[in-house]
Structures are given as structure tokens and as C-alpha cells.
Design a protein around this ligand. Structure first.
Ligand code: S3P
Length: 430
């Protein structure tokens, strides 16, 4: 256990920062680089625990992957040359590795077993298992087949037309990945747009992918290696961004952040709350828009966050809840029941942590109601071994009156290994 004691911080955040590579895009770069023929070079890869699990999974199937911190080189003979793993594959804490790899394993004509850490073991996999079984994959797993550990015998898939019952990019991606191996054209329709990095990257690797409104079509064609630059992760940028939004007098710039409009819900939500955010140096790199975000502290007001914006900020809701404690009036978050199925039940985890620090909020079935503003006190809080909760509580300590003690911060290495170092940089810039 890595306990952290944070003494009250009585100063502003200022300076410039570059956050690590995007987690979702890093996973997909490993997956498509491994399924493609040739050599793929990835730069600005997220060297975090979750993405390392995706590397391990393909190494176990015979792909050569060399990693030097944020640079990764993949040499693969293509998706039809992967080999049956001898040992069970360990997905760790990574829901993205698990869901997307189940889509890949469904297409591969061999037997695989997989397992995860205690958190991933209780997260639902049936949302992915149902469509891949319809395509012809044989699977079984714990608790009637819907949970890890799990076994998959894949291959010989047929295409399907699938309408997503949940707003999940992981499920969409799993079906599209299985579709790369299926006979015919697989069609996936979503009611609400979720992050589209899979579709973007499939196109970059030469796949037969077509997007029409909320429907994606994919056919079985070989993929060809291409180099990938991974933009900074807006979900990691969310933490310093929120810090500057709530610490009076702050002004920071975060450079080269991914600004794909399926991910920028946090910017829209903060703007609705009255934040002063500007975007500059916008460009497109490896098919993804990026830019620099500058935020200057300004008093905030409450807002309503609901409906189609939810998938665009689902991972940012814990930190947005903290910001809402410093916004005048009521902030209502609804339609976010998926938060209960993340690394932990993030509705309860956020509520418990913020309440212990003196915030005033209620939980609902699918969200929270936060009453601002509250002066945060201090206290002993739990991260629930969830990286985003640990980082949210650390940012909360910046405005707390007394010491904040977080029980365990080791999970931060999942998505933002340099988080504490980066935060110190913003604290110490003169
Ligand atoms: C992700 C999709 C989201 C998100 C997760 C990463 C992805 O999950 O919460 O952190 O990379 O596709 P869901 O698809 O379950 O909403």
C-alpha cells in the first residue's frame, strides 16, 4: 500500500505541461500494429500499466513488440499469423484490454484463456460476449460465462448487424475487431456516439471500414502497418485542468492534448460552468486533432450534465464532481449509470471521498447532485484502488484546509505514472 499524506497547499498552479499519451489510442495502436502486416512504430505511447497488458497479450501470441518507454516498435506478419498462447493471458486492471481483446480472440482460430485483477474480475464481460457468440465464437467464463476468468475458442466467424445496447466504445470496438475476421460485412450501430479511435485507426491501417452517421461497417481485409503518434490524453489532462479551475489565481497550459470531439465533453462542461479555457495551436496528427489548452481560474457556477455528452466525459465525471463542489449552486449529473461499472463504483467512491472532505452531495441511481460551494476540510480517504479516484482526491487536497491522507495511490500508474511529478512542476513554477 502506498499511502499519501498531502499537507494543505496555499498557492496557485501555474506553468506548462505535457500529459502522457492517450490510453485509448495507445491500446488501439498496439492492437492494430499487431494485427497488421509489417513494422509499426508508435511514438508518445502511454507507458502505463493498462497499456502494458495489451502489449503482453500480443507477445503471448507471437508478435514481436519492443518498447523503449514511450516508443514502441511492432513487427508482425499480420492477423492470420498469430499463434495460440500457451499460458493464460493476464489483462490486469484493464477493461479496455479485456473487452477489445475478447473481440480479437473471437476471430482467432485457437483456444485462449484470460483473467484479470480483482477489480476486472467483477466487471461485466457479457456485453462483449453476447455479440461475439452471435458471430460464432465459443466462450465460457465464471458466473454463467459473463465474467473473467474466461476461455475463448475463436475462428470461423460470420458477420452480424449489431445495435449496441450500452453506450460503450469498448463494446463497439470489440464487435468491429471481431468483424475484421468475419465473413461478409459486419455492421455496428450506436444510439449515442462514443469515442471513435477504433474507426479512425482502422482506416489508417487500411481496413475496409466505412462510417455512415452512427453506423460503422467493417469487412475482412488485411491490415498494413503504419506509424502512429499518440496525442496527449485529455482524460489525464482533466486533472491539472480541474486543479487550475478550482485553485484561485491559477493559470496553466497543457500542450498537445487530443481534442477528438468524442472526448472533449470535459471542456464543454467546464465552459458551461463559466471556466475560462482557450484552445490554441490546433492541428491534426495521425488522424486525430490535437491542440494546447490554457485555463485561467475564474469563479464557476453549477450546471446539468446529461444525455449525449455523457460518453464524451464518462472518465472525467469524478474530477468534474470535485470541480462542482467549488461551483456556485447545484450541479446535476444524470444518465451516467455506467460509472457504477468502472474500476470501482465511481458514483459511490466519489461521494464517499468528497463527503469525508466536507462536500455536500447526493448520489442517485445514475449520477450525483452536488451542492456548491463547500470549503473542503481534510481527512482520511480511500482511492478504492482506482486511478481516477486517487488523482481526483489529490487535486481535492489542493483546496482543502487540513491534511488529506489517501490510503493507496499506487493505481495512478495505470494511466498517469508521472502524475505527482507533473503536479509538483505546476506547484513550483515561479
Ligand atoms: C474506453 C471506453 C470507455 C472508457 C474507458 C476507455 C475505450 O469505456 O470509460 O476508460 O478505450 O474504448 P466504455 O466503453 O465501457 O464506456
Amino acid at each position: 500500500m502506498a499511502t499519501l499524506k498531502l499537507t494543505p497547499y496555499k498557492n496557485v498552479l501555474q506553468g506548462e505541461l505535457e500529459v502522457p499519451g492517450d490510453k485509448s489510442i495507445s491500446h488501439r495502436a498496439i492492437i492494430f500494429g499487431s494485427l497488421a502486416n509489417g513494422t509499426t512504430k508508435i511514438s508518445n505511447f502511454l507507458n502505463g500499466e493498462d497499456c502494458l497488458r495489451s502489449i503482453d497479450a500480443f507477445r503471448a501470441m507471437g508478435v514481436s513488440i519492443e518498447q523503449d518507454a514511450t516508443n514502441v516498435t511492432i513487427c508482425s506478419a499480420g492477423k492470420d499469423k498469430l499463434t495460440e498462447p500457451v499460458e493464460p493471458i493476464y489483462f490486469g486492471n484493464s477493461g479496455t484490454t479485456a473487452r477489445l481483446m475478447l473481440g480479437v480472440l473471437a476471430g482467432l482460430p485457437f483456444f485462449t484463456t484470460a483473467y484479470g485483477d480483482p477489480s476486472l474480475t467483477v466487471r461485466p464481460m457479457d456485453r462483449v460476449i453476447k455479440p461475439i457468440q452471435q458471430m460464432g465464437a465459443l466462450t465460457d467464463g465464471r458466473s454463467d460465462g459473463g465474467f473473467l476468468p474466461m476461455a475463448v475458442r475463436g475462428g470461423n466467424l460470420k458477420s452480424i448487424s449489431y445495435t449496441l445496447p450500452v453506450k460503450s466504445a469498448q463494446v463497439k470496438s470489440a464487435v468491429l475487431l471481431a468483424g475484421l475476421f468475419a465473413k461478409g460485412v459486419t455492421k455496428v450501430t450506436e444510439q449515442t456516439v462514443t469515442r471513435n479511435h477504433t474507426e479512425n485507426m482502422m482506416a489508417a491501417f487500411g481496413a475496409g471500414v466505412k462510417v455512415e452517421g452512427n453506423t460503422v461497417y467493417i469487412s475482412n481485409k488485411p491490415l498494413y502497418a503504419t506509424d502512429v503518434f499518440v496525442p496527449g490524453d485529455i482524460s489525464s489532462a482533466a486533472f491539472p485542468l480541474a486543479g487550475a479551475a478550482i485553485v484561485p489565481g491559477s493559470n496553466i497550459t497543457i500542450k498537445n492534448v487530443g481534442l477528438n470531439n468524442t472526448r472533449t465533453g470535459i471542456i464543454d462542461a467546464l465552459l458551461n460552468m463559466g471556466a475560462d479555457i482557450t484552445i490554441s495551436n490546433e492541428k491534426t496528427v495521425s488522424g486525430e486533432p490535437i491542440g494546447d489548452l490554457t485555463i485561467t481560474y475564474k469563479k464557476l457556477k453549477g450546471t446539468v450534465i446529461e444525455g449525449d455528452i455523457i460518453p464524451k466525459l464518462i472518465d472525467e465525471l469524478p474530477i468534474i464532481a470535485l470541480v462542482a463542489t467549488q461551483a456556485e449552486g447545484k450541479t446535476v449529473i444524470r444518465d451516467a449509470g455506467e460509472l457504477r461499472l468502472k474500476e470501482t463504483d465511481r458514483i459511490e467512491a466519489v461521494a464517499e471521498g468528497l463527503r469525508k472532505l466536507g462536500a455536500n452531495l447526493e448520489t442517485t441511481k445514475d449520477g450525483m447532485i452536488i451542492h456548491g460551494t463547500s470549503q473542503l476540510t481534510g481527512g482520511h480517504v480511500s482511492s478504492f484502488d482506482d486511478h481516477r479516484i486517487a488523482m481526483m482526491l489529490t487535486i481535492a487536497s489542493l483546496i482543502a484546509d487540513e491534511e488529506v491522507i489517501i490510503d493507496d495511490i499506487s493505481s495512478v500508474s495505470i494511466s498517469y505514472p508521472d502524475f505527482f511529478k507533473h503536479l509538483d512542476t505546476l506547484k513550483s513554477t515561479p
